[in-house]
Ligand binder design. Structure first.
Ligand code: ADP
Ligand code: MG
Length: 975
């Protein structure tokens, strides 16, 4: 049964249009995101693995080598089953560092552009045979359906359509890490189509050709030679090699890498793939023997690769033929599309971008996209040329096999990336080149060379490919290990290795305190990306990190740089990205900082705490203990680098400065507010390691601090620890002590003076007393009385001076009695009025004569005299001084209000301090109020001074004295 050229062309076009439609509907979200982004969809897209090799080649392999055909399914299944240990770690690395291909991964791991370039070229070489057999499969199948087809034209048309699809749906975004949802959806659909096609065909032939399962078994029993021919030629060596080759290919083939890692956003789909893909492959594999048996039954002896087609032709079923054809078409096209996209990105990152300069005045993103589109077309073109040159004459499985052996050579690199820190770039390159050369010599070249011969000789053993595969691999591994051991591993390789290694945390060791600014970043990006794209990338990273452009702190700059490097890595590959931003990392930093950022290290340790176990966990516990000790130290402690950047800042110093450790994390000492920005740097610069009792003003208050410093190690470039002791309280205490010592000496002095003055005063008093005996003149007598009164007053003052000198000691000779307050006040007024100035004052006494208080009359008189004196001193001549009183609950509130100058707010809390006075020397002693205070305290009373008393005129002072009221005399009713 033949199809016309037009019919076939329509079928191919219709199918590809269907695929375009699916991809387009996904991009446009006509197919909802919940389906297109479902992990199952992504998992199914991995079914692209089943290429024409599985759809056509498997049949030939089953006929030639028996159950060896299963190796392709089993090898891949093994890789998927090991997803948690292999695929997911690789995914995590590629996702974290935004790597988009195997070449990116190796270039990142070995920090070398050369590694990327070599990987790219060798992968291209290994993939071309694989792609060419896809073209061949489609071309040949079309040829079988219609002899009129000229192979080269079909192949060309097919290639153009495929390239178009790859360009349309594989280069949606300039960033290679942006998901091409349409592509993934189309691949998932085509995987489903393959499965459905194969299952429906095998079910159909099982019943229509073989007559059902029971009849098949009977038929096999009667013809044992069939089963024997299927299982007989089992070559044991081939098994291992094939399994290993397919296992490796599943990880490293460009299209598999692209779908599993680049187009993937979560580990979930990979976890699902660990059971889903083996199941998928198993279902595919089960169909193969059934169809091959049907072929035996129908005695088809033609080229077994296309058994499916011949079978359906024989069965004269149009829909069967179309199903088979479309199945083959979808299998072949999927791999070319994805592989060309992936290879294009590798070529871009590792071949084109390092070589050419971005032309000026282009839109960078558009330029990049066009570059990639051209590269995709080139890859497809190369496959076409390869097919035309060699592939057209080859048998499908031989070419495929040679490709799979080549993929095996990348396995050591993958394993080393995940598990071996000691691997270095020279070892990797040497191993890969040796392995690949051995592959070219022993497998690739003979396959190419013997194209004519091999056509008749279909036995794959004739090439002895498995031993050559193993030898190439061993050479590769041997060279890799040996040379890695012998040559120098660069520190940046080790760091990248640590970043890739399973179970390790990101080492922040390469992170240095940045000394660049945001403007530097844009300046660096511009030459490669152009001004617009540079600004856009910058802005994108800023938004991504949620930073405020006006408040970028040094640590944020560092995060910004890293985010930019990752974003650029997705755009132009890890090596190019690192090269552009290189100068930012290599800014000079102070050496003592050891390029290690304590804050980052600690943040990392905090994040990883839960993941630490064993000794590491214990060490971390110890670290926390020491850190807490330092943080809770009841002394201010901080550590600074020699360049005076703050490394550590504990709670006490945070309390003292009012800046918490987070605030100062990235600051240098000179960035701190006054007085710290001068105090601490000056202290660090001074020779003496101690600075005692230095006075500083913090927020307007006086503080006395003692500072100590010491270097963390002998090295003069090492960090410095500073201790800050707050001595303020101690200082005030010593001040007080000094003051009371002074008072004590005044006390002793006063006691002496009192003693000396006592005698002449007694003399004066005697003389005054004698006056009354010597004269009758009333004026003289009155003067005598007044002299007596004044000498008594002098006595009292001297007494009070002595008493005051003993401040703090209780006034022992209080003689409490009930006093008439009015009389007491009046006496005080009289005494005050002896002064000429005071005599001019208007004393207004508004007291009831029945108010009585409990106290010593002499002492209270002293209180009132002092307060009235103060009032007079403050008042203008003829100012009024009002004395009034209230009584409540056994207490008497006496108020003395003047209209004088009032008291400044600033000195109001110092009034009761001894020797505090605002008066001229000789006029005031400053002892008055402090004496009043002492006497009142002894009387269980209190004093309050309110000034200004007259708020409106802002003048006057009111003194309120509280004293215990005198209890009414208790009358005993029973007496
Ligand atoms: P002195 O009278 O010897 O100066 P005091 O202890 O009696 O010492 O008073 C302390 C200070 O309080 C005075 O110097 C004065 O400035 C202020 N002062 C006290 N009473 C008044 C008042 N009624 N009006 C204004 N200032 C006053
Ligand atoms: Mg006074």
């Amino acid at each position: 049964m033949n199809f016309s050229v037009t019919e076939l062309f329509l079928i191919v076009t219709a199918y590809l249009l269907f695929l375009f439609g699916i991809a387009y509907a996904t991009e446009r979200e006509i197919i909802p995101r919940r389906i297109s982004q479902h992990p199952i969809t992504h998992m199914l897209s991995l079914g692209t693995y089943a290429s024409a090799w599985t759809f056509y080649g498997a049949f030939e392999m089953l006929e030639n080598s028996g159950f060896l055909f299963l190796s392709s399914y089993l090898g891949a299944s093994a890789a998927f089953i090991m997803a948690p240990t292999l695929l997911i770690p690789i995914f995590n690395i590629t996702n974290r560092y935004k790597l988009s291909s195997l070449a990116d991964l190796f270039a990142f791991r070995f920090r070398s552009g050369l590694v990327g370039t070599i990987t790219t070229l060798l992968l291209l070489l290994a993939t071309l045979p694989l792609l060419s057999i896809q073209i061949q499969a489609v071309t040949d199948s079309l040829h079988i359906l219609n002899d009129d087809f000229a192979s080269s034209q079909i192949a060309a048309a097919f290639c153009i359509l495929i390239a178009l699809f790859a360009i349309l749906f594989g280069t949606r975004h300039p960033s290679m890490r942006a998901r091409n949802r349409g592509l993934v959806m189309a691949m998932a659909t085509s995987a489903l189509i393959k499965l459905i096609a194969l299952i429906s065909i095998s079910v159909y032939v099982l019943f229509s050709v073989l007559g059902g399962p029971t009849e098949t078994l009977q038929w096999l029993n009667t013809n044992p030679q069939i089963l024997a021919s299927l299982t007989g030629d089992n070559n044991d060596d081939s098994w291992h090699t094939l399994l290993l080759a397919f296992f490796a290919a599943t990880l490293v083939m460009p299209h598999m890498f692209h779908l599993a890692f680049t187009e993937n956003r979560s580990t979930e789909s990979l976890y699902k793939a660990s059971w889903g893909m083996p199941l998928y492959l198993l279902l595919l594999a089960v169909c193969v023997p059934v169809i091959v048996l049907a072929g035996y039954k129908l005695e088809i002896h033609k080229e077994s690769s296309f058994l499916l087609l011949y079978l359906s032709q024989l069965l004269h079923s149009e829909w069967l033929i179309i199903t088979v054809f479309i199945g083959g078409l979808t299998a072949a096209s999927g791999i070319i599309i994805v592989a060309s996209i992936s290879l294009a990105s590798m070529l871009q990152n590792h071949l084109i971008l390092p070589l050419i300069k971005t032309p000026e005045n282009v839109k960078f993103y558009a330029w990049l996209l066009w570059l990639r589109r051209i590269l995709i077309s080139l890859v497809v073109l190369c496959s076409y040329i390869f097919y035309m040159t060699f592939g057209a004459h080859q048998q499908i499985h031989l070419l495929g096999l040679s490709a799979f052996v080549a993929f095996l050579q990348f396995l050591p690199g993958i394993i080393a990336t995940l598990f071996w820190l000691g691997a270095n770039r020279i070892g990797f390159i040497a191993g890969l080149i040796l392995g690949m050369s051995s592959w070219i010599i022993t497998t690739f070249y003979p396959v190419m060379l013997q194209q004519g011969v091999l056509l008749s000789d279909t036995n794959i053993d004739s090439l002895n490919w498995q031993s050559s595969a193993i030898i190439s691999l061993l050479l590769n591994i041997g060279a890799f290990i040996l040379i890695s051991r012998l040559t120098r591993t660069y520190p940046e390789e080790t760091r990248a290795g640590e970043a890739c290694l399973i179970n390790t945390m990101d080492s922040p060791s390469d992170i240095q305190r940045p000394s660049f600014e945001t403007a530097d970043i844009i300046r660096l990006l511009t030459p490669k990306l152009g001004e617009t794209a540079a600004r856009r990338e910058f802005q994108h990273a800023i938004t991504q990190l949620g930073l405020d452009i006006d408040q970028i702190r040094p640590l944020d700059l560092l995060r910004l740089r890293n985010a930019l490097e990752q974003n650029l890595s997705a755009l132009i590959g890890p090596i190019e990205a690192a090269t552009i931003l290189e100068s930012l990392a290599k800014q000079p930093v102070d050496r003592s900082f050891k390029a290690r950022d304590i804050h980052l290290l600690e943040t990392h340790l905090e994040t990883y705490q839960a993941k630490l176990s064993g000794l590491a966990a214990e060490l971390d516990e110890l670290r926390r203990f020491h850190r807490r000790t330092l943080e809770k130290l009841p002394l201010g402690a901080c550590t600074v680098t020699p360049s005076q950047h703050i490394l550590f800042w504990n709670h006490e110093i945070a309390k003292l400065t009012g800046l918490n450790s987070y605030d100062v994390a990235d600051l240098s000492l000179s960035d701190l507010p006054e007085p710290w920005c001068t105090l601490l740097p000056d202290f660090i610069n001074q020779d003496d390691n101690h600075l005692t009792d230095t006075q500083v003003i913090i927020n307007g208050d006086n503080y006395w601090l003692t500072l100590h410093k010491s270097q963390l190690s002998e090295n003069p470039d090492s960090s410095i620890i500073i201790l800050v002791e707050d001595e303020t309280e101690h200082h005030l205490l010593t001040d007080k002590l000094r003051h009371s010592e002074r008072l004590a000496s005044i006390g002793r002095f006063a006691a002496g003076v009192a003693h000396e003055i006592g005698n002449p005063i007694t003399g004066i008093a005697c003389l005054a007393q004698n006056l009354s005996l010597e004269t009758d003149q009333p004026e003289v007598l009155q003067a005598g009385d007044q002299i007596m009164e004044q000498t008594r007053r002098i006595n009292r003052i001297v007494q009070s001076l002595v008493r005051f000198a003993h401040t703090g000691q209780t006034i022992t000779d209080i003689q409490c009695e009930s006093i008439n307050l009015k009389q007491c006040i009046e006496e005080a007024i009289q005494l005050v009025s002896l002064d000429i100035h005071a005599r001019q004052q208007q004393f207004i006494c508004e007291l009831n004569s029945d108010v009585r208080v409990e106290g010593d009359p002499q002492l209270l008189l002293q209180v009132f005299v002092n307060i009235l004196n103060n009032a007079c001193d403050a008042s203008l001549p003829e100012g009024a001084i009002v004395i009034s009183c209230e009584q409540a609950e056994q207490r008497v509130f006496l108020s003395i209000t003047d209209e004088g100058t009032g008291i400044d707010k600033a000195i109001q809390d110092k009034l009761f301090e001894p020797f505090f006075t605002t008066k001229e020397p000789g006029k005031g002693t400053g002892l008055g109020l402090s004496l009043v205070y002492n006497i009142l305290t002894e009387h269980y009373g209190s004093i309050e001074i309110i000034s200004p008393a007259n708020n409106k005129q802002n003048k006057g002072t009111q003194v309120i004295i509280t004293l215990p009221g005198s209890r009414p005399e208790v009358k005993n009713d029973f007496s």
